[in-house]
Design a binder for this molecule. Structure first.
Ligand code: PRP
Length: 184
């Protein structure tokens, strides 16, 4: 285990198993259809790669990148599209893939933008969901795991752009991000 990780929340095996289940559920729900799968960079890149390989349907993949401005670890309602989708989504069955749904500010904004482009349908698939942190009325259609309000890293999720390549999801030691650790 990485020295900055307090404890592992989901092992590589648990993640793989749950992602497989999500892929099977999506495959069943969209049987007979082609699905446009789009992920929000960068945190979702590993989940996206594994999830799409677990979907047994014809799919297209696309990516967008956004910046949300906020203080510390909390995003604000202000979101800027840094990289837009490459393809049109008009008339498509779209699944937005996220690594984590936290305050909901990012997806709440994005859903408005994407709905205006008239896809046939939009659903959200998030690996992690922190419902107790929600500031906007938004829920995911597919959720890998509901988690408590802890600072998690790995499997694509970062702190200060680090730890994305950890193969598991772990809780970061508070001392790493300046949280109180019980000593000074
Ligand atoms: C994370 C995550 C979501 C967003 C969720 O991205 O990937 O896009 O925060 O938070 P919210 O529900 O409070 O809006 P982040 O800004 O950390 O960028 P990253 O994906 O590049 O790590």
């Amino acid at each position: 285990m990485h020295q900055d990780v307090e404890r592992i929340l989901f092992t590589q095996e648990e993640l793989s198993c749950r992602v497989q289940e999500l892929g099977e559920k999506i495959t069943a729900d969209y049987a007979g259809k082609e699905v446009a799968v789009a992920s929000v960079l960068r945190g979702s890149y590993i989940f996206m790669a594994d999830l799409t390989r677990a979907i047994r349907l014809p799919i297209t993949v696309d990516f967008m990148a956004v910046s949300s401005y906020g203080s510390g670890t909390v995003s604000s309602g202000q979101v800027e599209i840094k990289k837009d989708l490459s393809d049109s989504i008009e008339g498509k069955d779209l699944i937005i893939v996220e690594d984590i749904l936290d305050s909901g500010n990012t997806l709440y904004y994005l859903m408005d933008v994407l709905r205006a482009r008239k896809p046939a349908s939009i659903r959200i698939c998030t690996l992690l969901d922190k419902p107790e942190r929600r500031a906007k009325p938004i829920a995911a259609d597919y959720v890998g795991f509901q988690i408590p309000d802890a600072f998690v890293v790995g499997y694509g999720l970062d702190y200060d752009e680090k730890y994305r390549n950890l193969p598991y999801i772990g809780i970061l030691k508070p001392s790493v991000y300046g949280g109180w650790q019980g000593e000074f």
